[in-house]
Ligand binder design. Structure first.
Ligand SMILES: Cc1cc2nc3c(=O)[nH]c(=O)nc-3n(C[C@H](O)[C@H](O)[C@H](O)COP(=O)(O)OP(=O)(O)OC[C@H]3O[C@@H](n4cnc5c(N)ncnc54)[C@H](O)[C@@H]3O)c2cc1C
Length: 387
């Protein structure tokens, strides 16, 4: 039997890989997605994602935005620092956008994207766990396991969107371990502030409350050991400690859902993948700390721009080094700016040095008084550096 052949093969049908496939679905190219999850199995990922207004616009262009369920809007972002008076607020009205962003569960986004894929001509192969990527003369060769059987396919461009494992051994990413984990859960409180997200910087690490349904999705970062202890606290202790950490802005914390922990690091794959006919996308290209909610938002911009590059490429250049170099050049500024912004926030705010503390408080207050600076920061968060 001859080896199946596709123009584009996407490894990983997570939110970023699926978005790329959807951006290509109406082209004349043959596209397949290889996804390790079995068919008709909902993702059980506990993460909630904060999507930027820019991501909303891209998801609308992909025809997915209106199909999303369980979305809560963010119209105000309140940023503060523990043990200081400095604080700033960003408002959608000041920036002339209806909303600054949105909060939804990762599985809700994944379901909507998967559903759209299944109604397209993209070949989505579920239960397909890719084990190896290699290349022959002018093609990439993908080996995968499905139902205990080995399969292979050839493609002019292999897009690695698997979250980062497949290539890491062969081409190790640059890694900076923050020494922190993010504990995430849903909480309710006595005085929720409608459509307001809170970002609070503490010496232990940042803490975010993202408005969602009847309460907030909490992202509470702390050193690994402390986060493990927080997982084990009983509910009463957890709610009490959260209150002393966060303060009174949303009243008393009343209930807490199931808690899950994610270890956090900055991982950036080598800019240029040494393997021909291959490109890394989304978390496989860069995994960031969730402090600024940039990971998926940047991955979606990666996917959108790669799709434009693919659609614009002359047929003989599809998957060529020339095409991939153009894509990398277009993504360079946004990618570097997003990584530096996120990494800078974590490093600047995760310490307790008195002088730095006073400087940060002054900077937050100054930001609050400078509409131009506020607009700059908010635009970066909503649309990225190319936006
Ligand atoms: C606690 C936390 C909070 C976050 N909050 C935000 C936020 O508010 N906003 C934001 O923008 N980002 C946020 N992020 C980042 C965001 O979750 C990621 O950037 C996003 O999930 C990346 O999507 P992806 O498709 O690249 O990878 P993934 O989501 O990791 O998806 C990879 C897919 O590939 C499949 N796969 C893996 N290996 C294989 C294989 N060998 N063969 C076939 N398929 C495979 C997996 O099953 C999966 O479906 C957060 C991250 C964390 C940890």
């Amino acid at each position: 039997m001859s080896t199946p052949q596709y123009d584009i093969a996407i490894i990983g049908g997570g939110p970023v890989g699926a978005a790329l496939a959807l951006a290509l679905r109406d082209s004349s190219l043959s596209v397949c997605v290889l996804e390790a999850r079995p068919a008709n199995t909902a993702s059980n990922d506990a993460r909630a994602l904060a999507l930027s207004y820019g991501s909303r616009l891209l998801l609308a262009r992909l025809g997915v935005w209106d199909t999303l369920r369980d979305v809560s809007a963010i119209r105000t972002i309140h940023i503060s620092q523990k043990q200081s008076f400095g604080r700033t607020e960003l408002h959608a009205t000041e920036l002339n956008v209806p909303e600054l962003g949105y909060v939804l569960p990762y599985p809700a986004l994944q379901d909507a994207l998967t559903n759209a894929l299944q109604h397209s001509k993209v070949a989505t192969i579920f239960g397909a766990s890719v084990t190896q990527l290699s290349n022959s003369y002018d093609q990439a060769v993908i080996s995968y396991q499905q139902d205990g059987t080995a399969h292979a396919l050839q493609t002019r461009l292999a897009v690695v969107a698997d979250g980062g494992k497949l290539m890491a051994q062969q081409y190790p990413p640059e890694v900076h371990d923050y020494g922190q984990s993010a504990l995430i859960t849903h909480i309710t409180c006595s005085a929720p502030q409608a459509n307001t997200a809170f970002e609070r910087f503490t010496p232990q690490g940042p803490l975010a409350l993202l408005p969602f349904q009847n309460g907030y999705e909490l992202v509470w970062t702390a050193p690994h050991q402390a986060a493990q202890e927080m997982l084990a606290w009983d509910n009463a202790k957890f709610l009490h400690e959260l209150h002393s950490h966060f303060g009174d802005r949303v009243g008393e914390f009343l209930s807490v859902g199931k808690r899950t922990c994610f270890p956090l690091s900055l991982r950036r794959a080598p800019q240029q993948t040494p393997m021909p006919h291959t490109v890394l996308l989304g978390n496989a290209a860069q995994t960031m700390h969730p402090v600024a909610g940039q990971g998926f938002n940047m991955g979606l911009r990666d996917a959108w721009e790669l799709a434009q590059e693919i659609l614009d490429a002359a047929s003989e250049l599809l998957g060529s080094e020339a095409m991939l170099a153009t894509y990398r050049a277009h993504r360079h500024t946004d990618r570097e700016a997003g990584i530096r912004f996120t990494d800078g926030l974590v490093r600047l705010f995760s310490n307790d040095l008195p002088l730095v503390n006073a400087g940060r408080a002054a900077a937050l207050t100054a930001l609050d008084c400078l509409p131009f600076a506020k607009k700059f920061v908010a635009k970066r968060m909503m649309f990225g550096a190319n936006g």
